[in-house]
Every structure is written in structure tokens, then in C-alpha cells.
Design a protein around this ligand. Structure first.
Ligand code: ATP
Ligand code: PRP
Length: 288
């Protein structure tokens, strides 16, 4: 099975970390864009993130990781199957204009000059704003391959469409966002005629396990049996809490998965409900 991974850029480190966490072992020789996995029948193919959706859609690659923005821009959503969102590479594709200009909404840029690396999504958005087909639109959309944020300052554009995460690049260029075209993140994709469905399922389950482990912690606490019902309502767990007896009569120990973002609140509530010795343990991996 051929598995495409971004060869550089924003997604590269995240992808290497993920491959490591799902137990994929490989040795990539310098300047080689293909690496055999030693413990599964998989070859990793390192490609520009921007091309991965096309390779997967056409069936030249079986499974891959890329951004949702790239899937939409390459117009491959009909041919690729999203296996799961991966929670990294999160950012927004936004229309931006110079802070010093009069443009306060994307509508104000209709008929003007827009520069972007996302030609198709930009044309679609401005055709919508103009209420005409893309062939009839007045707005001029020009492609540049990088450093898009420089285009307004250099006089090539009245506005740009580019990705924004922290907003630092945009602010440093004297721009501000006036419209959001897409919220994007990394996605694990395959194609409609996947040649190795069993292997894809294994990869999906492993990734799911890693993501669950990142999202949840294991919370353990002791509670008097009469407080158990209230405590279980606070921490119902994914399926149900594990309850074991303590040597101390009338007391039980509870072990339960809790979402990290709710943890502090849940611990406060458990304390109020009479729980003691509340411990929190990291989960290294998980499988439902
Ligand atoms: N600032 C960002 N924050 C989060 N994710 C981003 C950010 N910039 C890009 N991405 C995601 O990473 C993908 C690849 O972008 P990146 O700029 O790293 O590409 P690249 O392969 O280095 O290409 P290029 O040479 O054109 O910059 C994007 O399509 C998007 O999904
Ligand atoms: O909101 P921020 O956190 O500043 O991130 C946004 C920047 O990140 C991306 O570019 P990248 O740095 O990957 O380089 P590029 O311009 O060469 O694509 C994007 O094109 C923006 O320029």
C-alpha cells in the first residue's frame, strides 16, 4: 500500500510524530522520497502536500495525509474519501485586505485584483459574491506560489486570499481578515476504489487510538458508595466507569476516561461530590 506524507512544510513534523505514534517504522535515506515500512506492507511516499490529494484521487497513491484546503482547491473531494480529521494543521483560508484600505468586507473587493495560491477557491468565492458564473466574474484572481502576503504592499493586489493561523504573518504585512472562505485541518484520505481496505482500516484504527489518547486522560478516585451515583453522573466515561471495591467497607474506587478539556471542571465537581484521592493518569494509546 502506498501512503503519501507531506515531504516538508507545516504538516511534516506532525505527520512524522503521528507515524511514530501509530508504530510505523521506516528508514528514509537522504534525498529519497520513498521509504519502505519495515513492520507493515506499506511504502511511504514523501510528496508536496499540495499534490497529495490529486495522487490519491487518481488512485496512484492509496492513502495519504494532506490539508482539507488542498482537497477543496484541487477539486478532488468527489474522488477522495475522508477517513478522519487529524486535529493538526488547523487554520483558516481568509480574504485579507490592507488595514489602511477602505475594504471592510469581501464584497468591497469585488471587481478588484486578488492574489492567492488558492485560485479555484478564490474564484468560486468571488463568483458567489458577484452572483455570476466564474466565466462572467469581474474580479481578477492571479496566482502566486508563496509569500502571498507581500502582494498588496508591492502593488500587485488590492486583496489576497491566504491561510491564517496565528495571524502574525497577516498583521506583519499590514493586512486584516475580511472574510473566511474555509476552516481547514489535516485529513487522512483514501480513494473510492481503495485496493487495500483492511490495511486502511488498521491505519484508521491506530490513528483513532492515538487521537483518543491525546484527547482523554484516565481519572481515578475513591468515593463512599452512597456518593457513587452522583460521581458517575459527573464522569460517565466513554462507555461506563470501572468501579472496584476498596478494602475499606462502604467505599469504592472509580476509574474512568475524562476529556482533557473538561478535566479541571470535573475534578472540582468530584471533590464537591465527596470524592477523595483524585488521580489523573496520561493514556499512552487506546483502541475502542
Ligand atoms: N500557518 C499554518 N498553520 C496551520 N496549518 C497550515 C499553515 N500553513 C499551512 N498549513 C497547512 O499545511 C498545508 C501545507 O502548507 P505549507 O505552507 O507547509 O506547504 P509547503 O509544502 O511548504 O508548500 P509551499 O512551499 O507552497 O509553502 C496547507 O495546505 C495547510 O493545510
Ligand atoms: O497566521 P500565521 O501563523 O502567521 O500563518 C500563516 C502563514 O503560514 C503559511 O505560510 P508558510 O509560513 O507556511 O510559508 P509560505 O508563505 O511560503 O507558504 C501561510 O501561507 C501564511 O503565510
Amino acid at each position: 500500500m502506498l501512503f503519501a506524507v507531506p515531504k516538508k512544510g507545516r504538516l511534516y513534523d506532525h505527520c512524522l510524530g503521528l507515524l511514530n505514534n501509530i508504530g510505523i517504522e521506516f528508514n528514509r535515506k537522504p534525498r529519497h522520497d520513498i521509504a519502505l515500512v519495515s513492520n507493515l506492507p506499506i511504502a511511504l511516499v514523501f510528496l508536496p502536500a499540495a499534490d497529495i490529494a490529486t495522487y490519491v484521487a487518481k488512485g496512484n497513491i492509496d492513502i495519504g495525509i494532506t490539508g482539507l484546503d488542498i482537497i477543496r482547491e484541487s477539486q478532488t473531494e468527489e474522488d477522495v474519501t475522508e477517513l478522519m480529521r487529524l486535529g493538526f494543521g488547523k487554520c483558516k483560508l481568509q480574504v485579507q485586505a490592507p488595514v489602511a484600505s477602505a475594504a471592510a468586507s469581501a464584497q468591497d473587493l469585488v471587481g478588484k485584483r486578488i492574489v492567492t495560491s488558492f485560485i479555484n477557491l478564490t474564484r468560486k468565492r468571488f463568483a458567489e459574491l458577484e452572483g455570476v458564473s466564474e466565466d462572467e466574474m469581474r474580479t481578477q484572481v492571479r496566482f502566486v506560489s508563496g509569500s502571498v502576503e507581500a502582494a498588496c504592499g508591492l502593488g500587485l493586489a488590492d486583496g489576497i486570499v491566504d491561510l491564517v493561523e496565528s495571524g502574525d504573518t497577516m498583521r506583519a504585512a499590514g493586512l486584516h481578515a475580511i472574510d473566511t472562505i474555509l476552516d481547514t485541518e489535516s485529513v487522512l484520505i483514501t480513494n473510492k476504489h481503495m485496493r487495500f481496505p483492511d490495511m486502511a482500516q488498521i491505519i484508521r484504527q491506530r490513528v483513532e487510538g492515538v487521537m483518543t489518547a491525546r484527547r482523554f486522560v484516565l481519572c481515578q478516585y475513591n468515593i463512599a458508595r452512597e456518593g457513587l451515583e452522583r460521581a458517575c453522573a459527573i464522569t460517565p466515561g466513554r462507555q461506563a466507569p470501572t468501579v472496584t471495591s476498596l478494602e475499606q467497607p462502604g467505599w469504592v474506587a472509580v476509574s474512568v476516561m475524562v476529556e482533557k478539556k473538561q478535566l479541571a471542571d470535573k475534578m472540582d465537581q468530584l471533590k464537591l461530590a465527596g470524592a477523595t484521592d483524585i488521580l489523573v493518569l496520561q493514556i499512552a494509546n487506546a483502541r475502542a
